[in-house]
Design a protein around this ligand. Sequence first.
Ligand code: FES
Length: 94
Amino acid sequence: MRLTFIINCILINLLKGNKYKMYVCICNALTSEDVRKLKNIGVCEPSSVYKKLGCAMQCGKCLQSIDEILQEESVQETKEQISFNKKFSSSLRA
Ligand code: FES
C-alpha cells in the first residue's frame, strides 16, 4: 500500500515536471519544497509545518528531515550575511 503511494507520488511529480522535489513526509505527502516555502515565511517549528499545511504528524519519521530543512541555511542568507559582515567590519575600521 505505502509502496504504491510512493510510486504514485513519483509518477505525479514526473508528469508535473517536478523532478527534484523530495517527499519528506510520506504520511501527508509533504515535499521539501513545501517545507522550504513555509520556512521562507518564517515557520521554524516542525509542528507549525503540519499545522500550516492542514495536516498532523502521524508516524513521526519525517520529523528530523523537516527540522533539518528548517535549520538549513540558504545560499541567499549566507550571501546576505557575508555582505553585512563586510560592511560592518569596514565601518568599524573607518
Ligand atoms: S512520514 Fe511524516 S508523519 Fe509519517
